[in-house]
Design a protein around this ligand. Structure first.
Ligand SMILES: Nc1ncnc2c1ncn2[C@@H]1O[C@H](COP(=O)(O)OP(=O)(O)OP(=O)(O)O)[C@@H](O)[C@H]1O
Ligand SMILES: [Mg+2]
Length: 366
């Protein structure tokens, strides 16, 4: 007879397998799938019905790295794992970066009864690594550019002074004053860009106060509606009313969201939408040693504009990368810096021809 404790344990095991955020796949001694937990279904895009009873060679055909791990564990009766370099290919979604480990299952008598494959989703880890790499790259570039900017500012001042002197020497009403005017204006524009660049490279501690995000975003939208009056751009705000004021630098946060919302509007050619959504992220927490994990607040800026290809997404945070005739290309580099200064991170997803979504994740610090 079964011990009642076994039943309790069995239920507990089932609950654990159903709730754990790792894909757990049990493969019997014949090589057939005996268990395929909900996370496995989510990661692979295959249902329990599509997977149970099938041979692993068939289910994972084309997934060489996974097959290698499973075959090795089956043949050698030992545990094996790969902590990186595995891309899980899925029927109708982008490949998922994962780590995997396979261990043999032994009966009480010491016979091998099959293996268990455990897969961990690394996509969030990869996103975070990418954000860190980006901000590292930015700080190196920023330092270099700031040195250069400093050298350019002096001769620029000379050119401007000379153009102004020239203007004074010109006879009253000369058509040439138009040219000296252009010279002064353009020098001022370059100067503005350089100031912005030096600002980007300057280390600076944000001045923290309580910031009401909803107010900041509402004000920007009001202002941006005017800026895009020539086109049919619908702005909409979906703000979670439960988000309390956050600790942040109001000036910097305003610049951050203004840059992103401005870009979103500019990505729209004639007609489109810009949605601004705030929410509390349940899937991320900021962990700092000695502090309680801080929840993250996410501000999403979604536009239905031109979108970008993968290759373009790689470049947009680089200072001076721009596709606009009057753009400085410093907007997103500045955004990246402001987000890092607030100990948050930035994510971007885009589909050419469909639109772009930038997500700003900020820790909710009290
Ligand atoms: N929402 C978006 N949709 C499509 N492309 C975008 C979007 N946001 C940014 N980009 C691309 O990234 C480039 C860099 O953006 P960034 O804000 O850094 O500079 P910019 O907008 O060109 O210039 P500035 O911000 O000084 O006006 C843009 O020129 C554009 O090509
Ligand atoms: Mg911009």
């Amino acid at each position: 007879m079964k011990n009642p404790m076994d039943i309790v344990d069995a239920q507990l095991y089932v609950r654990i397998l159903e709730n754990v955020d790792r894909a757990v796949v049990a493969i019997d001694s014949e090589g057939r799938i005996a268990l395929f937990n909900p996370a496995a279904q989510l990661y692979t895009g295959l249902s329990e019905r599509q997977s149970l009873g099938r041979h692993f060679e068939e289910l994972f055909s084309g997934q060489a790295a996974l097959l290698y791990l499973v075959r090795t564990a089956v043949q050698d009766g030992r545990s094996i794992s790969d902590d990186e370099n595995i891309l899980l290919h899925r029927p109708s979604a982008a490949p998922l970066p994962v780590s995997a480990s396979v261990s043999p299952i032994y009966t009480e008598d010491g016979d091998q009864e099959g293996v268990v494959l455990i897969i961990r989703d690394l996509s969030r880890v990869c996103e975070l690594e990418e954000a860190v790499r980006r901000s590292d790259r930015l700080s190196t570039l920023g330092t270099l550019a700031a040195g250069l900017a400093h050298e350019i500012k002096n001769p620029l001042g000379g050119i401007k002074g000379a153009a102004q002197l020239l203007a004074m020497e010109l006879p009253e009403g000369s058509h040439l004053t138009e040219y000296t005017g252009v010279m002064v204006k353009e020098v001022e524009r370059v100067n503005g860009i350089i100031e912005e660049l030096m600002d980007l490279a300057r280390p600076r501690a944000p001045e923290l106060t309580e910031v009401n995000l909803a107010k900041v975003l509402n004000d920007i939208v009001l202002f941006q509606k005017e800026a895009h009056r020539g086109k049919d751009v619908q702005f909409s705000l979906q703000l979670d009313p439960s988000i309390p004021p956050i600790q942040g630098d109001e000036n910097l946060l305003t610049r951050l969201f203004l840059n992103l919302i401005k870009n979103a509007g500019e990505a729209i050619d004639k007609k489109g939408t810009v949605q601004i959504i705030t929410k509390v992220a349940s899937e991320y927490h900021l962990n700092q040693p000695g502090e309680r994990p801080a929840p993250l607040i996410v501000v999403e800026i979604r536009d239905s504009g031109r979108g970008m290809r993968e290759a373009e997404l790689d470049k947009i945070f680089t200072p001076f990368y721009t596709t606009k005739s009057r753009g400085s290309g410093l907007g997103l580099a500045t955004c990246q810096k402001i987000v890092s200064e607030h100990r948050g991170f930035l994510k971007v997803e885009s589909t050419p021809g469909k639109g772009t979504a930038f997500s700003v994740c900020l820790p909710f610090l009290r």
